[in-house]
Design a protein around this ligand. Structure first.
Ligand code: WQD
Length: 341
């Protein structure tokens, strides 16, 4: 009997890639997802890769009774909590929607877990909690600055909620994984990033421009204080990121965590500018990209990339897939999505 892991938001981008890696590591997986930002076909993609279809329950984690019923009927050894709204711009326009969804779903989850003495959670967080760090590369000890968006604030508040919960329920232990910029797709191209509508993130906009879905990529500003004037980010392959979740959840299950609440930065430790991403994409895919420089996007920070030493040493995890191979995987996924592969 395989131990059961609950993955909330498991039909989403990072969630689906994590489900694949969990199944590859001998876990049974149950997904709870309301499909508000993903599609049911993702289950087919997962099954094509691993030949195992995860259990799937379509409901909203804001529905407390449904969350409680799930835990009454399933004995999960750990929860990996991805389910949340994550569009920075949308969170500025609709803050109440973000606070309700992202916080109430966590509260319901924690309460239901406590009711059945379920003790292990890996939480999906973000480097956005650091804002524009004072020092780079940014370590887990960096100051948590005032969030630049309601989305970022929900991640900060969620981490605080989990820590307060641990204080009251001392059997509970959690690991918060702060992602930098996840990009790319599984090498099979059966799963990947499925932005609904016009992508706000750089790489899906690049691949949609390259395949002709978008006319021209807008580069938001080239007057920053960086070598080529464009913003710098730490772009990490989504499969590398997914593998870190398996290591983290095993750490909790095997009681190898050193504190009841641990935080790890998940990046490559290398910063890349927007133009570097464009040129690397063109070289990796042999696709010429149509782009133009426009004004800065409000809220963008100039540069951020991770100090990965703690994750490397403590988790024994390191991002391994190159930026070229990652951008090529994003391109292969785009072609597969459009029936062109
Ligand atoms: C990257 C760079 C843009 C689009 C966000 C969230 C973060 C995380 C990842 C959830 C920036 C530039 C982008 C475009 C561009 N999400 N860009 N033209 O903003 O670093 O991070 O997504 O956890 O929390 O904040 O990612 O991909 O939107 O932007 O020039 O069409 O690409 O200005 O410099 P970002 P991004």
């Amino acid at each position: 009997m395989r131990p059961l892991i609950l993955v909330t938001g498991g039909t989403g981008y990072i969630g689906s890639h994590t489900v694949v890696e969990l199944q590859n590591n001998g876990f049974e997986v149950a997904i709870i997802d309301n499909l508000s930002n993903s599609s049911i076909e993702v289950l087919d993609g997962i099954e094509k890769i691993t030949k195992r279809r995860p259990l799937f329950y379509q409901f909203d984690l804001c529905e407390e009774n449904k969350v409680n019923n799930f835990f009454k009927n399933h004995s999960v050894i750990a929860v990996i909590h991805f389910a949340a709204f994550k569009a920075v711009g949308e969170s500025v326009a609709e803050p109440l929607k973000y606070y309700k969804n992202n916080l109430l779903s966590l509260l319901n989850l924690l309460k239901a877990m406590k009711s059945v003495n379920s003790q292990n959670m890996v939480f999906s967080s973000s480097c956005t909690v650091y804002g524009q760090p004072d020092e780079l590369p940014v370590t887990e000890k960096a100051a948590i600055k005032k969030a630049l968006s309601p989305y970022g604030n929900t991640k900060q508040i969620s981490e605080e909620i989990i820590q307060d919960h641990i204080f009251s329920f001392n059997l509970f232990k959690a690991i918060s994984l702060r992602y930098f910029n996840p990009i790319g797709a599984h090498t099979s191209a059966f799963i990947g990033e499925l932005p609904i509508g016009i992508p706000s993130n750089l790489v899906p906009f690049i691949t949609q421009t390259a395949i002709g879905e978008r006319g021209c990529l807008q580069v938001f500003g080239n007057d920053y204080n960086t070598p080529d004037g464009t913003c710098i980010r730490d772009y990490i392959n989504v499969v590398d990121l997914a593998k870190a979740h398996v290591i983290a959840v095993k750490r909790l299950i095997e009681n190898k965590n050193k504190k009841s609440f641990e935080v790890f930065n998940l990046g490559t430790g290398k910063g890349s500018s927007v133009l570097e991403i464009i040129f690397t994409f063109e070289a990796a895919t042999k696709q010429k990209l149509n782009y133009k420089i426009v004004d800065r996007r409000p809220g963008d920070i100039e540069r951020v990339f991770a100090d990965t030493r703690f994750a490397n040493e403590e988790l024994g995890w390191k991002a391994e897939i190159s930026l070229q191979d990652t951008l090529l995987s994003a391109w292969n996924w785009e072609k597969y999505c459009r029936g062109k592969s």
